[in-house]
Design a protein around this ligand. Structure first.
Ligand code: MLT
Length: 404
């Protein structure tokens, strides 16, 4: 008789954003007049920029012509995109990453989840608390998290991020092997300065740990002291894997393109993780389509760059509008300066699901309850800056009028 992967049965409820979506749609169904503004899941709303759309059209035309038609592409990504990434995301910052260390994929979510394939089950995994749930759930699915007891996984090491530590977790007090860091952070929207990341690289070197660095939101960094890549830290290429995405940078949430950097200098017990990841990708993945990779390449053209940067500026302006409105009604607010997420403390010690329900009911604005990101997210809600300007302003007007 076939047996299932028992680890899946240990997962609590559904994936956070599915639960939130269900709650919003149930509320909408029960209040048919409700004009709900969604500031919950971090999904972009501005359309793809003109240079990306031009590249999509051009590449689609090439696929319809015998001479330029392409079948299977390289599993790791086409050279034209890998070279553009190296040149524009790394060389310009003085980072010596080479094209064969870049693996193009359909999303940072997939890569952050799939990377666990190349690590042993008995690694001790450290996650921030609160945390992007993909890191936790995928380790649970692969049997590395233990059992879910009292809101926590028994084998995970939770690194509390709170007001006291400025949402920058302390180094672990016990030895951990795999460390997930996400900066600028989802969900708190807080960014990490260089000297802080240096401590982590030092820790990883001393303990033989691997840092899994999610920098999906690096394009939103406005502060000059904040590194865009973990490889801006000396020696990080020996201890860190980096995940990047075109989703939030260039509005590719529906188009799907991202990449992961696995440096050749990164080895565990003398084994190259670049070689392992390459082996995994070649077996389980057939690459991102040619058309989409040409679209991603266009993000790096001078026009593409200017157009996507204008969109990021637009979202950051939304973030400012949200921050100011929440501060006006007396909430303590974090993030939203180097990131598209705003992390707000609930008033009067209200629970985060309670405050989520309260705001939804009183203002028809949907947020994400902090507790969904982990126990230390209790007492907070997250809002995203990815709505249109009009909806952001409307939502904040409602919040000001109703909750002041
Ligand atoms: C979020 O809302 O946290 C993001 O949309 C998640 C993601 O990028 O998968």
């Amino acid at each position: 008789m076939a047996k299932i992967n028992e680890n899946f049965t240990k997962l609590p409820g559904s994936y956070l954003f599915s639960t939130v979506a269900r709650k919003i749609s149930e509320y909408g169904a029960a209040h048919s007049d409700a004009d709900i503004i969604k500031m919950s899941i971090g999904d972009v709303t501005l359309p793809l920029v003109p240079s990306v759309v031009d590249a999509l059209h051009k590449a689609a035309d090439e696929m319809g012509v015998q001479e330029t038609f392409r079948g299977y592409g390289p599993e790791q990504g086409y050279d034209f995109l890998r070279d553009a990434i190296v040149k524009n995301d790394y060389k310009v910052r003085g980072i010596n990453i080479t094209a064969d260390e870049i693996f193009v994929s359909d999303g940072a979510k997939s890569d952050c989840g799939n990377i666990v394939d190349i690590f042993a089950k008995d690694n001790k995994v450290a996650v921030c608390d609160p945390v992007y749930p993909v890191y936790v759930d995928t380790n649970a699915m692969s049997g590395r998290a233990g059992d879910f007891v009292g809101g926590k996984w028994s084998n995970l090491y939770y690194m509390v991020c709170n007001e006291e530590n400025g949402f920058l977790p302390d180094l672990p007090t016990e030895k951990v092997d795999m460390i997930y860091l996400c900066f600028p952070n989802n969900p708190t929207g807080m960014a990490a300065p260089k000297d802080y990341l240096e401590k982590w690289v030092g820790y990883a070197k001393e303990n033989g740990s691997v840092i899994l660095f999610d920098s999906a939101y690096e394009a939103f960094i406005t502060d000059e002291n904040v590194p865009h890549s973990i490889y801006e830290i000396e020696g990080a290429e020996e201890v860190a894997i980096e995940f990047r995405s075109f989703s939030k940078t260039a509005g590719f949430t529906g188009t799907r393109c991202a990449y992961t950097v696995v440096p050749k200098a990164l080895t565990v017990d003398g084994v190259s993780l670049n070689a392992l990841w390459n082996r995994r990708q070649c077996t389980k993945f057939n690459g991102v389509s040619y058309v989409i990779q040409r679209a991603a390449e266009a993000v790096y053209s001078p026009e593409g760059r200017a157009q996507t940067q204008a969109n990021i500026k637009y979202y950051l302006e939304n973030a400012k509008i949200i921050r100011e409105a929440l501060q006006d009604i007396g909430l303590t607010v974090f993030g939203g300066v180097n990131a598209p997420y705003i992390w707000a403390k609930t008033p009067n010690g209200m629970g985060s699901w309670e405050f989520f329900d309260y705001i939804l009911d009183k203002t028809r604005v949907a947020t994400t309850p902090g507790e969904g990101f982990g126990p230390s997210g209790e007492g907070y809600i997250r809002l995203t800056a990815f709505s249109s300007r009009e909806k952001t302003e409307e939502a904040m007007d409602r919040i000001r009028k109703t909750l002041k």
